[in-house]
Design a binder for this molecule. Structure first.
Ligand SMILES: Nc1nc2c(c(=O)[nH]1)N[C@H]1C(S)=C(S)[C@@H](COP(=O)(O)OP(=O)(O)OC[C@H]3O[C@@H](n4cnc5c(=O)[nH]c(N)nc54)[C@H](O)[C@@H]3O)O[C@H]1N2
Ligand SMILES: Nc1nc2c(c(=O)[nH]1)N[C@H]1C(S)=C(S)[C@@H](COP(=O)(O)OP(=O)(O)OC[C@H]3O[C@@H](n4cnc5c(=O)[nH]c(N)nc54)[C@H](O)[C@@H]3O)O[C@H]1N2
Ligand SMILES: [Mo]
Length: 774
């Protein structure tokens, strides 16, 4: 990390030598012993562990080194030699630690002992596991006596299927469905959108499909940083001549070109592969307009083909007739949408959208990939549905080499949903749970992430259990949430490393350190294996390979069981103790709960490549009320229906991830891919906007939220940095910019915070002196 910020244009491809060098630097810096480098060879292998970074698909025949730069960093971060023992907390009050940066907090290393906050000294003090469980149990029982719905059970997408299953059962036995998870801030727009259109809550594409696709479209997903192993199938696709069309406001290096650091030939002859064949810098929140333009062009071409004797149809008319509903209304809406509006809202030229439509029309099998650039908007659900509309027009669902590919975030976020972590009672098999465990599960809808925040603000939430994550830092409305959070009665955080959510706490607060997935987890029946689900619906085995960071750590499963036993009356049908002793028994319980998805779970999950859950849309079986796939007409082209009319001084802010972070975990202050070093307090701006608003390069500004709800939200000290971004759009880092996000500014229907389109105004703090200018 450099001492003072610097900015350089990045001319290097993603991957390449920079990435090899970064891996070595990380292992060294975290003091990871040689065994750690061997651990990398077990990453994403059938006899090893599933990477703790992203959820991208894990091939059955992995590369020798089936990991990427960011996966290696995540491994080094977990296997670090650094520790934060009880002695560390004796030296620092929590008030003091609140002044530390996100990076500094986690960089201290692994937590080692269970601790309770001591009000007299404002410090975390060591307690025994037994005392911790007994006290947490007493607190939870007291809260339940007042209102069983006053406690929330949050999960951050990393815990295994086994742990997650036990966790959802704990919440339901306790008496509520308050099971928000990180997916509520992430792909919930997908989980709401796709059941209405194609009858499944998940994507339909597998790794094999990438081998057979003949066009790939990317909407707001950044594989070079967030799912780098995906660059291999993309590079292979390019070598086959497959066009890749990208819609993204920023020119992201991983979508521009790639050199494979694991291919010696390419490393010696820096033959980078150009990834995108067409790169469309859509305006932030301009995707409905852009896809409408493509749809309009395709419909016009199809109309022309029908009018020409002997011409082949452009749309898959047979598929539309046999498998879908709503095409006529959708086509009418697209015909009625004018090009002028499409160009204005998308910021793209008609000719470019028509070119993208031609690429689409010429392909026999199309894959559409998308991520947070679509889901985290006011119209995040309709964004996803526009992608589905586009694919349905060409019959690209349920065809080899084609389909929809939402790229999930956390390594088991999709799996947590599959095993019952959901606030929506209709998505959980409550009758089955009632029969298996002989109790009456709560039937009332529970709280998602946004509702949890509302409950904390209005005082109806009194207790919070966090199974991983950094809730307070990841959610919107930072200032108000932090203030209200301190009024909670109970906060319990299960974690590997210290973060801000452990410092902002309730009257009674526990910090419980757990094993990570890379570590050997020994229970009564021996070393345990766990299961996770990847982004393509495959379940994989994962077995820890490294020694635990401390002998005092417990597994997440053991911690959940400990809390459950201390809180709930004994129930002979729920064998917490036996489950912890042998996770295979939890897998049996999962299979008993969802026999279709998890048939023969214990045998099948160990096979190389794992096994796939049934995805009916792949077989063109549509689990929608009508039994058909549905076209959905968007409400309009504007994705921000109730933010104020965009005056010339209101800009759209996207909050982005750097190359050197995993969510709120900040590995360093550098963003190598974007050429930003030594600072995250930046605001990337279009030069025309800078000129128009009188802001010079290096000027320091305060951003305020341009929503008229009587609240003042600001982030100061942001350094204006010119960047290749469309006019009217600015970019800043997540989580530093979270204080700007109003809680109410979330996606319709899915309530995913609209973190990619926050309306902001900029105010000059200081003008750079000659010496400060880069
Ligand atoms: N190394 C690393 N890996 C990660 C993570 C991490 O933080 N670091 N996080 C994990 C998690 S939880 C998740 S959810 C995923 C996130 O992975 P992604 O889905 O890739 O999420 P982001 O990087 O937030 O944003 C993706 C892209 O959206 C673009 N974008 C912003 N606004 C718009 C828009 O309006 N339209 C379009 N078309 N594009 C837009 C941004 O420029 C950016 O390139 O990655 C996972 N993997
Ligand atoms: N402005 C803005 N806000 C966003 C986003 C955005 O793009 N912009 N993205 C959103 C998205 S997509 C997501 S998914 C959320 C992420 O929200 P969270 O999932 O809540 O946050 P993380 O930063 O992933 O959590 C990091 C912490 O997890 C703990 N941890 C790490 N490994 C383990 C483990 O194995 N077990 C346990 N128990 N704990 C562990 C560590 O203590 C670490 O500090 O943030 C959301 N917030
Ligand atoms: Mo995420």
């Amino acid at each position: 990390m450099s001492d003072s910020p610097s900015f350089e244009p990045n001319t290097h491809p993603a991957g390449g030598w920079g990435s090899i060098k970064a891996v070595g630097t990380y292992l060294l810096r975290e003091g990871v012993p040689l065994a750690g480098t061997h651990a990398l060879l077990k990453q994403n292998k059938s006899d090893g562990f599933a990477c703790v970074s992203c959820a991208w698909a894990k091939p059955a025949q992995p590369h020798t080194a089936e990991f990427c730069e960011n996966g290696a960093k995540a491994t080094a971060w977990e296997l670090t030699r650094k520790r934060m023992p009880a002695a560390f907390f004796a030296e620092h009050t929590l008030t003091e630690l609140e002044g530390w940066s996100d990076h500094a907090l986690e960089a201290g290393g692994r937590l080692t002992v269970p601790m309770r906050w001591d009000a007299a000294t404002d410090r975390y003090l060591e307690v025994s596991w037994d005392d911790a469980f007994a006290d947490i149990g007493a607190e939870l029982r007291a809260l339940r006596a007042q209102d069983p719905a006053s406690v929330v059970f949050y999960a951050s997408g990393r815990a295994s299927l086994e742990t997650s299953y036990m966790y959802q059962l704990l919440a339901r036995l306790y008496g509520n469905n308050n099971l928000p998870d990180s997916s509520n801030m992430c792909h919930e727009s997908t989980s709401v959108a796709l059941p209405q259109t194609i009858g499944v809550p998940v994507g339909t594409v597998t790794l094999d499909d990438f081998e057979q696709a003949d066009a790939i479209f990317f909407f707001g997903q950044n594989p070079g940083v967030n799912s780098p192993r995906m660059l291999h199938p993309l590079q292979n696709a390019r070598k086959r001549g497959v066009p890749i069309v990208t819609f993204n406001p920023l020119r992201e290096p991983g979508l521009v070109s790639f050199a494979n650091p694991q291919s010696p030939v390419e490393m010696l002859t820096p033959a980078e592969t150009a990834i995108s064949t067409q790169y469309l810098q859509v305006k932030i929140a301009g995707d409905i307009a852009a896809i409408s333009g493509m749809c309009k062009a395709l419909i016009a071409a199809d109309d022309a083909a029908q009018a020409t004797a002997g011409a082949a149809r452009v749309l898959d008319a047979a598929f539309i007739a046999e498998h879908t509903r709503g095409f006529d209304e959708f086509a009418a809406a697209m015909r009625a949408t004018g090009w002028e509006a499409i160009e204005r809202e998308s910021g793209l030229a008609r000719s470019d959208l028509e070119a993208a439509a031609r690429t689409f029309a010429q392909a026999r099998a199309v894959i559409c990939v998308y991520g947070m650039g679509l889901t985290q908007h006011r119209q995040g659900v309709q964004n996803v549905q526009m992608v589905s509309n586009l694919l349905l027009m060409g019959g690209h669902i349920g065809r080899p080499g084609a389909g929809i590919c939402p790229v999930r975030g956390h390594s088991n976020v999709q799996g947590q949903r599959t095993v019952g972590i959901t606030e929506k009672p209709e998505l959980a098999p409550l009758d089955q749970l009632a029969a298996l465990y002989d109790f009456e599960p709560p039937r009332k809808k529970g709280m998602n992430t946004v509702e949890t925040c509302t409950g904390v603000l209005d005082g109806s939430v009194r207790g919070f259990i966090g199974l991983g994550g950094n809730f307070v830092r990841a959610v919107p409305e930072t200032e108000a949430i932090e203030a209200a959070w301190r009024k909670l009665r109970l906060t319990v955080q299960i974690a590997t490393k210290l973060n801000r959510s452990h410092l902002i706490h309730g009257e009674v607060a526990y910090l419980l350190p757990c094993l990570g997935r890379i570590e050997i987890d020994t229970q009564a029946s021996g070393e345990q294996t766990v299961a996770v689900e990847d982004s393509t619906g495959f379940m994989h085995a994962s077995k820890g390979v490294a020694d635990p960071a401390a002998a005092t750590l417990r597994s997440e499963a053991a911690i959940i069981a400990g809390m459950a036993q201390a809180t709930l009356p004994p129930n002979p049908k729920v064998p917490w103790h036996a489950w912890v002793g042998d996770y295979a028994k939890v897998r049996d319980a999962i299979e008993a709960t969802w026999p279709e998805i998890f048939r023969d779970f214990n045998a099948r999950f160990r096979q190389p490549g794992g096994f796939q859950r049934p995805i009916p849309a792949r077989e063109r079986v549509w689990k929608t009320p009508s039994g058909k796939a549905h076209f959905i007409v968007p409400d309009g082209l504007d994705e921000n229906p109730d933010t104020p009319a965009h005056g010339s001084d209101v800009l759209r802010l996207m909050t982005m991830r750097s190359d050197d972070q995993f969510n709120t975990t900040i590995y360093s202050l550098d963003d190598r891919f974007r050429g930003i070093y030594g600072t995250r307090q930046v605001l990337l701006m279009n030069t025309a906007d800078m000129a128009r608003l009188g802001l010079a390069e290096g000027a320091m500004v305060t951003a305020t939220t341009a929503v008229d709800d009587g609240q003042h939200r600001a982030v100061a000290g942001l350094r204006v940095t010119p960047y290749d971004i469309p006019p009217g759009c600015v970019a800043g880092y997540y989580p530093e910019c979270n204080p700007l996000m109003p809680l109410a500014h979330h996606a319709l229907h899915s309530q995913v915070p609209a973190a990619k389109s926050i309306p902001v105004r900029l105010h000059l703090d200081s003008i750079p002196t000659e010496a400060q200018r880069p």
